[in-house]
Design a protein around this ligand. Structure first.
Ligand SMILES: Cc1cc2nc3c(=O)[nH]c(=O)nc-3n(C[C@H](O)[C@H](O)[C@H](O)COP(=O)(O)OP(=O)(O)OC[C@H]3O[C@@H](n4cnc5c(N)ncnc54)[C@H](O)[C@@H]3O)c2cc1C
Length: 425
């Protein structure tokens, strides 16, 4: 076959894709433009600023949120789409946002958590409370990190009870009293105007059931109520465009009707919110992996060593081929998780967790290798790749630390095999 060149393959912005509808392509290109022209310049600027300035009124963060709201791609717009089409559309939109900047992409996504819960409840009061406001999802606390994500009592250390943490709700007949503090990690925590709380609850008989599980609840709360205050903005290694910080509640009273999940439906709604977040994190990782790969490709086509462009050296081609295959695998896994989560009659957040951990750890390998391909200059602020590596690092812990997520998936598979017979000959 030597010498019989065939035509180069068909590619979309997102790589080796085919069969997108005209609407899907138009939306993908629109979000890509937004990511390139709005997100990247703003994120670069915020990355270099001290957190005290980066998130203040008038900072570029607010320009991003105003421009994002105008895009019209929020959950209200996508409501009513058929599940498979919705999974596909979200994969295109969220991965382009991740390609733009993973910190701002999560600021936009976490910002939607309260309105998603409000729309799910169908309560006009809650929907109005969330519309046009920046939201957050407050689930972790200083003393309640990974263990807030446990879904089964038998995953706890023998003898341990469910962790109640530092932020709790006490339910009365008509009102709920919320007291304590969130972790400093709540995405948007420092700037959020409304929160979806995912916390332990006492319905009148203590925080635990007779098997030692902690009761939970989800409550939508506007953050301008008396008794609510914020901590300092978090200064961190990566994802510096994403404002994070603690939220304090001093015996804050809210009406019971603001609870969108209580004793009986909490577990399933907690699982649903977590699966939504994990799916989004997989798409965001897809975008970041591709962004790093594109930088490596461009650099290989401009840097000369040993008398040749890096791109013309076979070792470099092998390294780029390995990275490119991973980029496609991450994308495929993210879409698979998204489709299963939206279309399965009984999805499970431990599968979403496996997708988040896989996509994010493979993404980290791609970003790390991309930086390696730059040689020394990759470490400098003159080139954008060092920021991507710092951002990628944060994602190995965000939304569940990767090892822990895979541990949950492994637990699930052992139980499916032993108790449901799945995978037995
Ligand atoms: C960028 C970013 C954004 C975030 N956004 C949000 C948000 O929007 N809302 C929110 O509520 N939280 C958010 N978080 C918090 C995040 O969910 C937690 O950081 C994460 O779940 C890990 O909890 P932790 O930091 O308390 O670590 P820990 O749970 O203390 O874990 C520390 C180490 O111990 C290990 N470990 C823990 N439990 C076990 C176990 N049972 N067996 C073996 N090893 C174990 C872990 O693997 C880890 O390596 C965010 C975090 C980051 C980094």
């Amino acid at each position: 076959m030597a010498g019989h060149d065939i035509a180069w393959p068909h590619l979309e912005l997102s790589g080796f894709d085919a069969g997108f509808s005209e609407e899907e392509l138009a939306i993908q290109q629109g979000v890509h433009r937004f990511a390139a022209e709005v997100m990247r310049p703003i994120a670069r600027e915020l990355d270099r600023m001290a957190p005290e300035q980066a998130y203040e009124p008038g900072s570029p963060l607010w320009d991003f949120h105003r421009a994002f709201a105008k895009l019209g791609i929020g959950p209200e717009t996508m409501a009513g789409m058929e599940p498979r089409a919705l999974a596909r559309m979200e994969s295109l939109v969220i991965s382009e946002l991740g390609w733009g900047d993973v910190g701002l992409a999560v600021s936009a996504g976490a910002g939607e958590m309260p309105i998603r819960a409000a729309l799910g409840s169908g309560d006009p009061e809650l929907i109005q409370m969330c519309e046009g406001r920046i939201g957050c999802w407050a689930a972790t606390q200083p003393d309640r990190g990974s263990d807030g994500l446990l879904l089964y009592g038998e995953e706890r250390f023998p003898g341990a009870k469910g962790n109640v943490g530092n932020l709790v709700a006490r339910f009365g007949a008509d009102e709920i009293v919320i007291h304590g503090q969130s972790s400093a990690w709540v995405s948007n925590g420092y700037v959020a105007q409304v929160a979806l709380l995912d916390i332990a609850a006492d319905y009148g008989e203590g925080f635990h059931d007779d098997r030692g599980n902690a009761h939970g609840c989800n409550i939508v709360v506007p953050l301008d109520l008396p008794g609510i205050s914020k901590g300092r903005p978090l200064a961190k290694l990566g994802k510096r465009a994403l404002p994070q910080g603690e939220i304090f509640f001093d015996n804050v009273k809210v009406p019971r009707r603001w609870a969108v999940a209580t004793r009986d439906d909490y577990a399933i709604k907690h699982a649903g919110a977590w699966a939504q977040a994990g799916t989004a994190m997989s798409h965001v990782a897809t975008g970041l992996a591709r962004a790093a790969f594109e930088l490596a490709l461009a650099y290989a086509n401009e840097r000369r060593q040993g008398g040749a462009l890096l791109a013309d050296l076979q070792l470099t081609q092998y390294r780029l081929g390995t990275m490119g295959a991973k980029v496609e695998a991450i994308k495929a896994m993210a879409r698979h998780v998204a489709e299963y989560t939206k279309c399965s009659p009984r999805p499970h957040p431990y599968f979403t967790a496996a997708g988040k951990a896989f996509c994010n750890s493979e993404m980290f390998a791609v970003v790390n290798e991309a930086l390696q391909l730059f040689g020394g200059v990759g470490l400098t602020q003159e080139y954008p790749i060092e920021k991507l590596l710092r951002d990628a690092r944060a994602m190995q812990i965000e939304d569940g630390e990767n090892n822990l997520l895979l541990m949950h998936f492994g637990f699930l598979m052992t139980r499916l095999n032993r108790l449901e017979g799945w995978g037995q000959p």
